[in-house]
Design a protein around this ligand. Structure first.
Ligand SMILES: *[C@@H]1O[C@H](CO)[C@@H](O)[C@H](O)[C@H]1NC(C)=O
Ligand SMILES: *[C@@H]1O[C@H](CO)[C@@H](O)[C@H](O)[C@H]1NC(C)=O
Ligand SMILES: *[C@@H]1O[C@H](CO)[C@@H](O)[C@H](O)[C@H]1NC(C)=O
Ligand SMILES: *[C@@H]1O[C@H](CO)[C@@H](O)[C@H](O)[C@H]1NC(C)=O
Ligand SMILES: *[C@@H]1O[C@H](CO)[C@@H](O)[C@H](O)[C@H]1NC(C)=O
Ligand SMILES: *[C@@H]1O[C@H](CO)[C@@H](O)[C@H](O)[C@H]1NC(C)=O
Length: 306
């Protein structure tokens, strides 16, 4: 009697131990309209036979932990398959392999998926934990991260642009990045990092999947703030200056935000005088007294440049 009891316990524990489902990975992000593989293996007692295999998805108002059996995504009895999933699945149907492929996913497919099987004699088992599917809905969006929170981006800052969708972003894909609609050949990751931005990086950026017809993300302006660059004086009209003619000096620069204050100086015989506050300095009738060296200072909210 004692030995029989031990034997039964051994059999039982063997039976219990050999019933299992394992999902890998347990969480998946996939682009809408593409296919997803739910990778799954399972085990059941060697002396049993399988009666039913199915994948189900709990409905929105049900528990999402697998304890409530929702709609059939796949069922060994095809008549049981829910309308939404008819013709969209491929089941591995190999020994102890419960992998399922789901085609043409849409955002309605977001949610939890569980594998369940029934075996002789009256065995039922759901692989708890399940797989969480997130469907990435296009278009992509570019988000900008800097080391400063909500601050302006200045030259020298490190900036990371990330290509993503509202829900999630599929991994292990090649991306394409564009600056002012031109491909940046070296950028192929989900992130595009510029370790020290300069005013040359100012521009509109967008991303897309590489080698894909899917439309690219809306452009986002990388609004790098920088002090005036390339400050130059233009003289109008150009050419030789004749006495009596009028002429205009223009202080030209490239700055972000734009220049708010200009100052004009004239150096004459080592005497510096402040002669103007506007972008343009106008000389009505040039004469000898206007001889000298002119320079301008352009200021924005960042810095000064002569
Ligand atoms: C599934 O495919 C079969 C034949 O290929 C077709 O008759 C049936 O209408 C399809 N069902 C759905 C829901 O698309
Ligand atoms: C399970 O089946 C799928 C689809 O046929 C296959 O790709 C996968 O390699 C199989 N997995 C194992 C562990 O055999
Ligand atoms: C994929 O699903 C969408 C609806 O979500 C449908 O409009 C489209 O025709 C489907 N494409 C294929 C190839 O079945
Ligand atoms: C960026 O895009 C905006 C809006 O389309 C446009 O007005 C602006 O000129 C663009 N900037 C550059 C540097 O191309
Ligand atoms: C720039 O100009 C504004 C008004 O024109 C003036 O109030 C301000 O003081 C000037 N700032 C500098 C730094 O010169
Ligand atoms: C410098 O210029 C100012 C005004 O233009 C004048 O009053 C002053 O006498 C000049 N000084 C010298 C040393 O030329």
């Amino acid at each position: 009697m004692f030995y029989i009891s031990i034997l039964l316990q051994l059999l039982l524990s063997a039976a219990v131990a050999s019933v299992s489902v394992s999902y890998n990975p347990k969480s998946i992000c996939v682009l809408e309209r593409s296919s997803v593989d739910f990778k799954c293996t399972f085990d059941y007692p060697y002396y049993s036979t399988l009666e039913t295999t199915k994948w189900f998805k709990p409905e929105a108002d049900q528990k999402q932990d697998g304890t409530q059996v929702g709609i059939s995504v796949y069922h060994s009895n095809t008549a049981e398959i829910h309308q939404l999933y008819k013709n969209r699945t491929a089941y591995a149907n190999q020994d102890r392999n419960c992998s399922l492929q789901l085609h043409n996913v849409s955002k309605n497919d977001n949610g939890m998926y569980f594998f369940r099987f029934e075996y002789s004699y009256r065995g039922k088992y759901t692989g708890l934990g399940g797989i969480h599917l997130s469907v990435a809905v296009l278009p992509f969006r570019v988000t900008v991260k800097t080391q400063k929170e909500n601050g302006h981006i200045h030259e020298g800052d490190s900036v990371t642009l990330t290509c993503g969708t509202e829900n999630c972003t599929p991994k292990q894909k090649l991306f394409a990045w564009f600056k002012n609609q031109r491909l940046i050949p070296e950028a192929t990751d989900i992130e595009f990092r510029i370790s020290s931005v300069s005013h040359h990086d100012f521009g509109n950026y967008s991303c897309a999947l590489k080698n894909s017809s899917s439309t690219s993300a809306d452009e986002i302006l990388l609004d790098i703030k920088y002090s005036p660059k390339n400050v130059e004086i233009a003289v109008l009209p150009s050419g030789k200056i004749r006495e009596g003619n009028s002429l205009t000096l223009i202080c030209m620069s490239n700055a972000n935000p734009s220049v708010t204050n200009y100052s004009w100086f004239l150096i004459k015989e080592a005497n510096v005088s402040h002669i103007g506050f506007h972008r343009e300095f106008f000389i009505k009738a040039a004469s000898q007294k206007d001889d000298g060296q002119y320079f301008c200072i352009a200021k924005n909210d960042i810095k000064t440049k002569n």
